[in-house]
Write a protein that binds this ligand. Structure first.
Ligand code: CA
Ligand code: CA
Ligand code: CA
Ligand code: ZN
Length: 428
C-alpha cells in the first residue's frame, strides 16, 4: 500500500528530533526490508480481553465476538455459566476475544492513534436453542484501557492491552515467519487494508478467504461465517472471510459475473471457470495470498460429474480455488449447516486434505491413521464413501448418503489438522 502522505512522518521526525536526536528516531522507524513492519520492537499488538461480566439473570451465555463463538469449545457450542446465586455479581471471564496489529501504517495516523470496532452479540443458551440477548459494537483504540459495555441488561468489562513486537524477519519482506503462507509484506497489506487484521508474528496463523457468489440468493450466510471462523479459531487459525466487506472495510468478494454477464440459471460451473471469474474480480495483488470460494446457484461440474463442490489440491498452478453449490434449495434457508460443510470440505482439499478413505501416503498432505479413516468423523467424508447397503446379497446405493453427509461434524480429523498444508496453494 502506498503512503497517502509523507507529511505526518515529517512532522513526527521534526517533533521527536528536538528531544531524542535524529539517530534515535531513524533507528526507531527503521523498516529495513520495506515490508511495512518496523525492524525494531515498535509494531503494535492490541489484545481485546473480555475480562468480566455482571449478569442480571442466571443462564448459559455465549459471546459472539468478531463472528467467533466464545468460550471456544470443540462442539462450537461453549457457554459461560451464571448460576442463580451469582446473578448481579461481577464474575471473572478472562477470554482474549480479538487482536489487531499496526506496523509502519501507524506513522500515518494522527497522534499515532488508531480506532477499532469489533461486533459483539450475546446469546443465552439455557433452553438449548440460542436466544439473542443483545448486540453492540465494541470500540477501542491502540492504547491500554479498561471500559465496560452494557448489552441487554448485562454489563461486560473489557481490557485492551498494547504490546510491541519486532519484525520477525527484518531483512526479508517475503519471509513467512508464522508459516501461514502469507509473506510478511502481504500480512502488512492485510493489516492496512482491513484495519489491523494481518499478523506476522510466529504462531499467528491467518487464513484470508475471499468468497464470491453468482446469484443474490447464493451469498455466504452470516451463520456460515460464524461456524467456520469459530472452528478455525478453535484450531488456532485466524480465518478472515471477505464477502465484499471485512472488518468494516471494503473487500474483494461479493456478487460476481462471468465475462461481464450474470451466470445464467442452470449453469454448472467448473473450478477452472471459478478461477477465471476470480481473476475477473479480484486484484492480482490480493488473490496471491487469498483462498477463493465461488458459491453458485446450481450444482457444479467436477471432471464432468455433477457435484456439490470441487476444490483444487495444492500444486504449482493451483490450490486456492473452490467452486461450491451454495444451498440445496436456492430459495430456501440453509439446511443443517450444509453451506458451512461444503465450504469447509472443499477448502480442505485446497489445504491438501483428502477424503478419509483416501488419506493414505498418496494424499498430498500425507496419511492419517487407519482409525481416523472414517467418513463419518470428518467433514472430508463423502457420500461416495458410504458403503452400499446389501439387500439379499444385492448391493444397492445407500439411501442415507445425504443424511450421512449432513450429520458429519464440521471439523477435520485430528491428524488432518496436523497435516494441514496451510498456504501451500497460495501464489496462484
Ligand atoms: Ca520490516
Ligand atoms: Ca505469514
Ligand atoms: Ca500471520
Ligand atoms: Zn471432496
Amino acid at each position: 500500500m502506498s503512503r497517502k502522505s509523507r507529511y505526518p512522518i515529517m512532522l513526527l521526525l521534526l517533533i521527536l528530533a528536538g528531544c531524542g536526536g535524529w539517530g534515535n528516531i531513524a533507528e526507531a522507524i527503521r523498516d529495513d526490508d520495506g515490508d511495512g513492519w518496523f525492524t525494531n520492537e515498535k509494531n503494535q499488538l492490541l489484545t481485546l480481553q473480555l475480562e468480566s461480566g455482571s449478569f442480571n439473570l442466571p443462564g448459559e451465555y455465549r459471546f459472539v465476538v468478531d463472528e467467533v463463538r466464545f468460550p471456544l469449545d470443540p462442539n462450537l457450542n461453549g457457554s459461560f455459566s451464571v448460576p442463580l446465586a451469582n446473578a448481579n455479581q461481577v464474575l471473572s471471564i478472562g477470554i482474549d476475544v480479538a487482536t489487531r496489529t499496526a506496523g509502519t501504517n501507524i506513522l500515518e495516523a494522527a497522534n499515532q492513534r488508531l480506532g477499532f470496532a469489533v461486533p459483539l452479540r450475546i446469546e443465552n443458551l439455557s433452553t438449548g436453542l440460542p436466544i439473542a440477548v443483545g448486540s453492540t459494537t465494541i470500540g477501542f483504540t491502540n492504547r491500554d484501557s479498561t471500559f465496560s459495555a452494557v448489552v441487554g441488561g448485562i454489563t461486560l468489562g473489557f481490557r485492551v492491552s498494547r504490546t510491541f513486537f519486532a519484525d520477525p524477519n527484518p531483512n526479508d519482506a517475503a519471509a513467512d515467519s508464522d508459516g501461514d503462507g502469507i509473506t510478511e509484506q502481504q500480512e502488512s497489506v492485510l493489516c492496512q487494508a482491513f484495519n489491523g487484521l494481518g499478523d506476522p508474528r510466529e504462531g499467528a496463523k491467518n487464513l484470508y478467504l475471499i468468497v464470491g457468489h453468482t446469484n443474490s440468493n447464493s451469498a455466504v450466510l452470516p451463520h456460515t461465517k460464524e461456524l467456520l471462523k469459530s472452528r478455525f479459531r478453535f484450531r488456532g487459525i485466524n480465518l478472515h472471510i471477505d464477502d465484499g466487506q471485512m472488518n468494516g472495510q471494503s473487500g474483494m468478494g461479493g456478487f460476481m459475473t462471468q465475462n461481464g454477464a450474470p451466470v445464467a440459471d442452470g449453469t454448472n460451473l467448473t473450478v477452472g471457470e471459478a478461477r477465471a471469474i476470480r481473476n475477473e474480480h479480484v486484484l492480482a495483488a490480493r488473490r496471491v495470498f487469498a483462498y477463493f470460494i465461488l458459491l453458485t446457484r446450481d450444482q457444479v461440474s467436477c471432471g464432468g460429474v455433477s457435484a456439490f463442490g470441487c476444490g483444487e489440491f495444492p500444486s504449482n498452478t493451483g490450490g486456492n480455488v473452490v467452486v461450491a453449490f451454495s444451498k440445496l434449495v436456492d430459495w430456501l434457508p440453509d439446511i443443517k449447516d450444509y453451506q458451512a460443510g461444503v465450504m469447509m470440505h472443499e477448502l480442505g482439499h485446497n489445504l491438501g486434505l483428502c477424503h478419509p478413505t483416501q488419506s493414505t501416503n498418496n494424499c498430498p498432505s500425507g496419511a492419517i491413521p487407519a482409525a481416523e479413516r472414517n467418513p463419518g468423523a470428518s467433514i472430508l467424508g463423502t457420500p461416495a464413501e458410504d458403503p452400499p447397503i446389501d439387500v439379499w446379497g444385492v448391493p444397492l446405493p445407500n439411501p442415507m448418503v445425504l443424511v450421512n453427509a449432513m450429520s458429519r461434524p464440521l471439523d477435520y480429523s485430528p491428524t488432518q489438522w496436523t497435516n494441514l498444508m496451510l498456504g501451500a496453494g497460495l501464489g496462484n
